[in-house]
Design a protein around this ligand. Structure first.
Ligand code: KG4
Ligand code: ZN
Length: 330
């Protein structure tokens, strides 16, 4: 019996491999973080990221297989992120998967990283009730989508500039915090008061987002020369982000009949976002689906679970890196 997919994820700065069954049970998941390498740059340094992936990928795959305690006969296929992401980073995962596929005589499936995030919510959890509104908020992406079912995804709105995670990271850097700053900004915000009024770009426009103006407003406030309370800046910033995200989710729910709101991507780990989304879903009487914290940020388990959709639909795309890849594509 072939019961498992080996997932490989190297789209950005984490090297990850995982073994997952069709129902989303995770036999093993290994994630090697590169935060220490990129911290001093305040963001991901692409060339260093791909070099670290080269160094880490084989031990990561070996450890995932050993921890899963399954034989090669149990592996149905290899699923690997084909995009979107950094081209050098993607290449390491894709080349490794291709070589292993040839060596082990296993099929290799190139997977859309964003579809991986969508499936992260079903890892070790109940399946999502469709139709669903999806809010994806990560370091690389921010969008709202409507999912009629697992294979029918329609984009509703997207950011016109920065993503939410990127905005968190940049504001965190202005406040002297390490990269990735998202969790640190959230923590700092909890001890401050949201007394500063920052702009809420595109708040009255349908479902697109824009965050670069907010980022600049925080920068100007910090540079103004007035004494600042960093905790209050963090609290005001987080409140502004939550206002924008919840206003857009509310609008999307009102305009599109849905049974669930699904929030995925690194920022889905935010306790403030989880709390606000809970209130919104209670108001509308719909389900809130959030990934367990450890599956919110990038990991190969979500890629492995998404691979089963490709297997079931017979979609086997060439292992060629795609720096840009919309959610509507496989
Ligand atoms: O999904 P992810 O791991 O990588 C991408 O695909 O981009 O998301 C990483 C992003 C980073 O910008 C990080 O600061 C943010 O997610 N993040 C958070 C939290 N945890 C991670 N942002 C806000 N609050 C958090 N608790
Ligand atoms: Zn991601």
């Amino acid at each position: 019996m072939t019961n498992y997919v080996l997932g490989i994820e190297t789209s950005c700065d984490d090297t990850s491999a995982a073994v997952v069954d069709r129902e989303g049970n995770v036999r093993s998941s290994i994630i090697i973080s590169q935060n220490e390498i990129h911290n001093r740059f305040g963001g991901v340094y692409p060339e260093f990221a791909s070099r670290a992936h080269i160094f880490n990928i084989i031990p990561t795959v070996e450890e995932a297989l050993a921890k899963a305690n399954v034989g090669l006969d149990d592996i149905e296929a290899i699923g690997v992120t084909r995009g979107p992401g950094l081209v050098g980073s993607l290449l390491v995962g894709l080349n490794t998967a291709s070589a292993l596929g040839v060596g082990w005589s296993k099929p290799v499936y190139g997977v859309n990283h964003l579809r991986g995030h969508l499936r992260s919510v079903e890892l070790e959890k109940q399946p999502v009730d469709y139709p669903a509104i999806i809010l994806l908020v990560s370091g690389g992406h921010t969008f709202l989508a409507y999912m009629q079912n697992r294979n029918d995804i329609r984009l509703l709105g997207t950011t016109r500039d920065d993503s939410v995670g990127e905005t968190y990271d940049k504001v965190g850097r202005m406040l002297g915090l390490d990269f990735p700053a998202g969790p640190l900004v959230d923590r700092m915000a909890k001890t401050g008061h949201p007394t500063i009024k920052f702009p809420r770009p595109l708040i009255d426009e349908e479902l697109d987002f824009s965050f670069s103006g907010l980022k600049s407003a925080v920068f100007r406030y910090i540079q103004s020369g007035e004494p600042i309370v960093a905790e209050d800046v963090a609290a005001s910033f987080v409140k502004t982000i939550m206002d924008v995200l919840m206003t857009k989710c509310d609008r999307a729910i009102q305009h599109n009949p849905c049974a669930s709101l699904v929030i995925v991507g690194g920022v889905a780990a935010s306790p403030q976002l989880r709390e606000e989304a809970r209130k919104l879903c209670d108001q509308h009487g719909i389900n809130l689906c959030l990934p367990p914290l450890k599956w919110s940020t990038d990991n190969a388990a979500m890629i492995a679970l998404a691979t089963w959709d490709y297997i079931e639909n017979g979609i086997q795309l060439p292992p060629i890196p795609q720096m840009r890849l919309p959610i509507s594509e496989y």
